[in-house]
Design a protein around this ligand. Structure first.
Ligand code: SAM
Ligand code: SF4
Length: 385
């Protein structure tokens, strides 16, 4: 008997205690959230997702946000239990939850572990108090250290996020912060370069000259040093911003980057899953109140559903797969995107990029070289033009 196709389940919790000035994720500050009502709605949409993608085996779940560590552990537990009833699930299922490292949230870790969460990803962002205040964070550096220790005590796997290339930061000061991070790290670290997103408070502040980011060359130097230092520490990059010990990558995020199947539940969540020979794309209403109203009237908050075919499917899979250090497994790509990537792109497009040292084409794989990954957007423009 063949094994059911693997599936990832993403659940979005759209609320935060305050809005960070750099963040353009679907996250909102609201007073008095009715947790029981949200629990009912998320469970209803989960059931809808099981009708959309039935008969799979759930390999991973991911509670993302927003700030899912503000969810009641009872809600997290109910969603995990229902997922296991609705689908077959892997015995080694990975269940990640994103947490902010305040002491209030760390106090919930035991209950979250009890509810079934077995991996936590902490948004530490910086270990320097002045940087935490600039980033508008609700936690202190000491609270973050304590939250990492609490996470280590309660979850078999944990990771934390840092943001670098901040105003005033030099490659030297970042490397010193990175050393401290490595001393605290477990099997996984996510290290993001600060990006200024349209519509955020930082966008307006940067536009009126309230701060300046490190220059392009300095930022590139920080990126290169990050890659080298993490590799030496035994946590090489497996994706542009994600580093892990061998075998410790986030399996849920690998599903996205390999263009495998996932369903998305909750405001603004996206899904991509195979339907026969095509890929179905879904998107839920992004405003929390709109989403809730839709679910309460029709059982789901889907505002867009389409079929991704042909070249679009190849391009989506390419944009995801070239982020990975191991690149694209051509056989797997053909099974999820419907075509071999090298044949679909053609020799004329690939050859100059291989010659320039940005791409590596082998019988079994297609990958961006480190230089190619560093300028992935430009590389993709050349490939997808
Ligand atoms: C969706 S956030 C959720 C995590 C959690 N709410 C928190 O703040 O810790 C996931 C991660 O994206 C990163 N991130 C968000 N906006 C960013 C930006 N503009 N530049 C760089 N990293 C960013 C942060 O490191 C953050 O931890
Ligand atoms: S970074 Fe995290 S806590 Fe801050 S607004 Fe975004 S999702 Fe919320």
């Amino acid at each position: 008997m063949t094994r059911p196709a693997p599936l990832g389940v993403y659940i979005h919790w759209p609320f935060c205690k305050s809005k960070c000035p750099y963040c353009d994720f679907n996250s909102h500050v609201r007073e008095g959230i009715d947790q029981a009502r949200w629990r009912r709605a998320l469970l209803a949409e989960l059931e809808h997702a099981a009708r959309e993608a039935p008969g799979r085996r759930v390999e991973t779940m991911f509670f993302g946000g927003g700030t899912p560590s503000l969810m009641e552990p009872q809600t997290v537990g109910a969603l995990i239990a229902r997922t296991r009833q609705l689908w077959d699930s892997a015995p080694d299922i990975e269940i990640t939850l994103e947490a902010n490292p305040t002491s209030v949230e760390a106090a919930k870790f035991a209950a979250l572990a009890q509810a079934g969460v077995n991996r936590v990803s902490l948004g530490v962002q910086a270990l320097d108090p002045a940087a935490l205040s600039f980033l508008g964070r609700e936690h202190s550096a000491d609270e973050a250290l304590e939250a990492i220790a609490t996470a280590r005590a309660h979850f078999p796997r944990h990771s934390f996020d840092l943001i670098y290339a901040r105003p005033g930061q030099t490659a030297e000061s970042w490397l010193a912060e990175l050393e401290r991070a490595l001393a605290l790290a477990g099997e996984h670290l996510s290290l993001y370069q600060l990006t200024i997103e349209r519509g955020t408070r930082f966008y307006a502040e940067q536009a009126r000259g309230a701060f300046t980011l490190p220059g392009e060359e300095e930022a590139a130097r920080m990126f290169e040093q990050t890659q080298a230092r993490l590799e030496a520490a035994g946590l090489p990059a497996y994706e542009i911003s994600n580093h892990a010990q061998p075998g410790a990558a986030c399996r849920h995020n690998l599903i996205y980057w390999r263009y495998q199947d996932y369903v998305g539940v909750g405001p603004g969540a996206h899904g991509r899953f195979a339907q026969g020979d095509t890929k179905r794309a879904t998107r839920r209403a992004s405003g929390p109140e709109n989403w809730l109203a839709e679910v309460e009237t029709q059982g789901h908050g889907t505002v867009e559903t389409s079929v991704v075919t042909g070249q679009d499917r190849v391009e989506e899979a390419l944009m995801m797969g070239l982020r990975l250090a191991d690149g694209i497994d051509r056989a797997l790509f053909a099974s999820v995107a419907g075509a071999d990537p090298v044949e679909a792109l053609g020799e004329a497009k690939l050859e100059p990029l291989v010659r320039a040292g940005f791409l590596d084409v082998q019988p079994g794989h297609l990958k961006a070289t480190p230089a190619g990954r560093q300028r992935l957007n430009a590389l993709l423009e050349r490939l997808i033009a």
